[in-house]
Design a protein. Structure first.
Length: 142
């Protein structure tokens, strides 16, 4: 598996100061996933996507269907980038039964100073912990 290091050791805050308290983030991509370069020129990326998609369909899709897949994929990628994605990767495979399987992995880092004002992160975390504790303590019947 490929390791992805998004390294946030020296990011800059909104007021221009270096933020050194932001943790590094790393994870391993599942097999078959390819990371997108979020800074790459979209036209070049779409041309590469079209080349990658073509052999997967091997005549089973029209050029318009392939074009639609590439355009919708780029649109989804641009939406993730606009939402602040730090990582986007995708997997597009032909399954043994011939069906096409697609997966997308996106990582967005929500910093404490952004996001909905009414969001109660601590309250949400406490409620989740209480629910988990109740589930663990409650015996399950077979």
């Amino acid at each position: 598996m490929a390791t992805t290091d998004l390294g946030y050791a020296a990011t800059v805050s909104a007021d221009g100061r270096a933020a050194t308290d932001v943790p590094d983030l790393w994870f391993e991509l599942p097999p078959g996933f390819t990371r997108f370069d979020l800074l790459e020129d979209p036209e070049e990326r779409m041309l590469r996507m079209a080349e990658a998609v073509d052999p997967l369909f091997a005549g089973a899709a029209t050029p318009l269907q392939k074009f639609s897949l590439v355009i919708s994929g780029e649109y989804a990628l641009q939406t993730a980038i606009a939402a602040g994605a730090e990582h986007v990767s995708a997997c597009l495979l032909r399954m043994p039964d011939g069906e096409l399987s697609q997966g997308t992995l996106s990582v967005l880092i929500e910093r404490p100073d952004v996001g909905p004002r009414g969001q109660d992160r601590q309250g949400s975390a406490k409620r989740t912990a209480l629910q988990w504790r109740r589930q663990i303590r409650t015996p399950r019947s077979p």
